[in-house]
Design a protein around this ligand. Structure first.
Ligand code: GDP
Ligand code: ZN
Length: 449
């Protein structure tokens, strides 16, 4: 079961405060390692182990002085059915700093226990095969998730979706390799199934298509981690700053009735419809805005006769140079006459908004959500996203190796290329070893009769 990528190391028992620092109602302190049970018995009254995985109320005291520390819930997780795979204990103590430091000091006095290093619980979970590498990353992302979309993506990765996908790809490669190796070993044998090499080529081609699609998607996953760029632009006094403030729900830009007040581009991280976004407010059309927006504004002015009821096109600024998506918004709709249809039949498709009353905000957020889902990828549907450069590196490495496979005429080199490709996929999930290739040759594959 062990992934073998990390040596679990000497069996020290570690402990740490696992909930946040600072005053809080309940603080969780946990331990992992063989001395966990001993630590639990040393600190609690009565001195026996509570039933596994059930919360029990116990009196905690310092084993050196007998000084009472807290009345707390304790949980006993005997390995391997624990987060790390080792014996673990959780103390759910009252969150006061004196209680927490008292329990931590008491644990430190128990022989065989030492404070945990950063990430050490998760490292142990990985070392014991409880989590794959992509799941570890998902867990890290979940802990840091600030928006709904980030949380969804992290949960999916923690659920092992990317890992499963990689393993199924690796399995495809294993089959292809088994075919090639069978041909190398038994090529002259009449009993060999026909077309084994063609079959291997077919598997490889299938894989290439899948990898390629995922790599093309990679930028979306990274946007989901770092945020999509959304720029609010438009002529002076259109209400750009008001819109930014409305969307970010805090006053980040200075709103003023004087045209051209916002001079600098302010970039603010916000949660827009559940997506992480870097929102900026530009000084307006005077600053290098594309012809599309300018045209929109020109037409808005012409057909609407409101110098003020202006367009604030929202675009996602795309550093890779492909053109941003535009969303045309007509602000100050509260100034429009209440009767009558839409104000600007000549305008390209647009949304009506009033930053003053909030009318139209809901609709704008709905549209933004769709746009952002297209830009970042919707983490609740579709294939798992590659959120890290590491993922991209291994998929590209795998694809390159498949390229070598296709180029070479030498069967031994072809097999080697497949092994390299397989290694990239396996390393992506943090695994290693080659035994399974041998297993599959004779298990999943039939040479002759
Ligand atoms: P910017 O120059 O594009 O950033 O525009 P501001 O956000 O600074 O707004 C310019 C003026 O328009 C301010 O006096 C705002 O109070 C006003 N304003 C903004 N949105 C609306 C709106 O929806 N309706 C009305 N009536 N006034 C608005
Ligand atoms: Zn402004």
């Amino acid at each position: 079961q062990s992934s073998g990528a990390l040596d679990p190391g000497p069996a020290a028992t570690i402990f740490a405060l696992s909930s946040g620092q600072g005053r809080c109602g309940i603080a969780v302190i946990r331990t992992s390692g063989p001395a966990s049970g001993h630590a639990l018995r040393s600190l609690t009254e009565p001195r026996n182990l509570p039933p596994a995985r059930k919360a029990s109320l116990r009196l905690l005291s310092d084993p050196r002085s007998g000084e009472p520390l807290d009345r707390a819930l304790v949980l006993w997780f005997p390995g391997p059915q624990s987060f790390t795979g080792e014996d673990c204990v959780e103390f759910h103590v009252h969150g006061g700093p004196a209680v927490v430091s008292g329990v931590l000091e008491a644990l430190g006095s128990v022989p065989g226990l030492r404070p945990a290093e950063a990430g050490e619980f998760t490292k142990r979970a990985f070392a014991h095969g409880k989590l794959s590498l992509t799941e570890v990353e998902g867990l890290a992302d979940l802990i840091h998730a600030e928006t709904e979309s980030q949380r969804r993506q992290a949960l999916r990765q923690l659920d092992g979706e990317l890992g499963h996908l990689c393993r199924s790809w690796a399995e495809t490669l294993t089959k292809a390799l088994a075919h090639v190796e069978a041909y190398i070993d038994f090529g002259e044998d009449d009993n060999l199934e026909e077309g084994v090499l063609e079959q291997a080529d077919k598997e490889v081609r299938k894989l290439e298509v899948a990898l390629d699609a995922h790599l093309r998607d990679a930028r979306r996953g990274q946007r989901l981690r770092s945020g999509a760029h959304v720029v609010v632009t438009g002529p002076p006094n259109a209400g750009k700053s008001s819109l930014v403030n409305l969307l970010s729900q805090k006053p980040v830009s200075i709103v003023s009735p004087e045209p051209g007040t916002t001079r600098d581009v302010l970039e603010t991280p916000v949660d827009l419809a559940g997506f992480p976004v870097l929102l900026s407010d530009t000084a307006g059309l005077r600053e290098g805005v594309g012809p599309v927006e300018q045209e929109g504004v020109r037409r808005a002015r012409k057909s609407c006769n409101f110098l003020d009821t202006v367009v604030a096109p929202l675009g996602t600024r795309n550093p890779s140079g492909s053109s941003p998506r535009l969303l045309l918004v007509l602000n100050k709709s509260d100034l429009l006459p209440p009767e009558g249809p839409g104000p600007c039949p000549d305008l390209p498709p647009h949304l009506l908004l009033s930053c003053l009353t909030g009318a139209g905000l809901h609709g704008l957020l709905e549209v933004l959500k769709k746009e952002l889902a297209a830009v970042c990828g919707d983490p609740s549907t579709g294939p798992p996203l590659l959120t890290r450069a590491r993922h991209q590196h291994h998929l590209q490495g795998c694809l390159d190796a498949l390229g070598h496979y296709k180029q070479t005429k030498d069967l031994a080199l072809a097999a080697e290329a497949l092994r390299v490709a397989w290694g990239h996929l396996t390393r992506l999930t943090g695994g290693g070893g080659t035994e399974e290739i041998l297993d599959i040759i004779f298990q999943d594959f039939c040479v002759g009769k």
